[in-house]
Design a protein around this ligand. Sequence first.
Ligand code: SF4
Ligand code: SF4
Length: 280
Amino acid sequence: MNIIAASGKGGTGKTMIAANLAFAVSQHESVSLVDCDVEEPNLHLYFPGPVVSVPVKTLIPRIDTEICTFCGKCGEFCNYGALSILKNNVLFFREMCHSCGGCGIVCPEKAVTEEEYGIGTVEIRKPSTHLTLFSGVMNPGEVLAPPIIRRAKELGQSGLTICDAAPGISCPVIEACSDADFVLLVAEPTPFGLANLRQMTELVRLLEIPAGVVINRSFGRDAVIHEFCEKEQLPVFLTIPFSRGFAEVQNSGSLIAREFPEWEQKFLALYTRISAEVSR
Ligand code: SF4
Ligand code: SF4
C-alpha cells in the first residue's frame, strides 16, 4: 500500500505526520518512508543516522557538430526550447532539457547521442529494524524533480510505503501521487488552510485517488474544515491539537508518537482507518 501525505502549502505539518505515522506503524511491521520533497528534504532530521547515497542520473543529448548539418529539425522538435540551432553551431540549454530523447529520434544524420548527467541522489537510512528512509535530494540549481522522486519511490517500494510529498499542486506532487493508494491531506483550521485543502481536494479528485484529512494545530475551532469535508465527503481521521508540549517535542527533533504512547496508538488507529478505506 502506498500512502502519500500531502498539503497545498508548506508548514502544515505533513512531514511531521508522515514521520509519526511511519514510526508508529514500524513498531509492528516494515515500512518504507520516502521523502519526495526533493528540493527541501527534511524527514531525515527525525531519523538521523548513517547514510548510503545512490546517485540519480538522467540522459541528455550530446551533439556531434562534425556530423550535424544544422538542419534545425531537433530544435523544431524540442518543445522545451532546450536546443537552438545556429548557422554552424547547436546551443544546448541543459536546464530546459526534459530528457525525452526526441531530438535523437528526429535527427536524420544520427548526430545525437545520449550521455548520463547527475541531477541528485537518494539517501538511504535505516533508523530501526522495520523502518527505512529514502530521501530524494535534488542537486543545487537543478529543476527536474520528477526523476528523483521516481527513483526514491522505486528504491523504497515495499509492502507499505509512506511518502511525504512536496507542498503544492505542481509536477512533483503529481509524480509523488502517481501510484498512490491513498492521499492523506493535512490541513490547518484557518481560511488559508481551507483554501489549500480545497485545491488539494480538486487534485485528488482529478487523479481519482481516495483521500482523508488530518487537521493539524487545532485550537478546537475547526468548523471551517469540518463543513468543507462534510460537503466533499472527505473523512476527517485525526485532529492534532495546538500544544506547547508537541511544539517542544517537534523542536527537539523527536516525534509525538515516540514520546507519548497514547499518540503512538492514535497514529496506529489512523493507519487502520486508511487501510480500511483502501480495501473498501
Ligand atoms: S537534427 Fe541532427 S543534423 Fe539537424 S541540427 Fe539537429 S543534430 Fe544537427
Ligand atoms: S532530449 Fe528532449 S527535451 Fe532534451 S533537448 Fe532533446 S528534444 Fe529537447
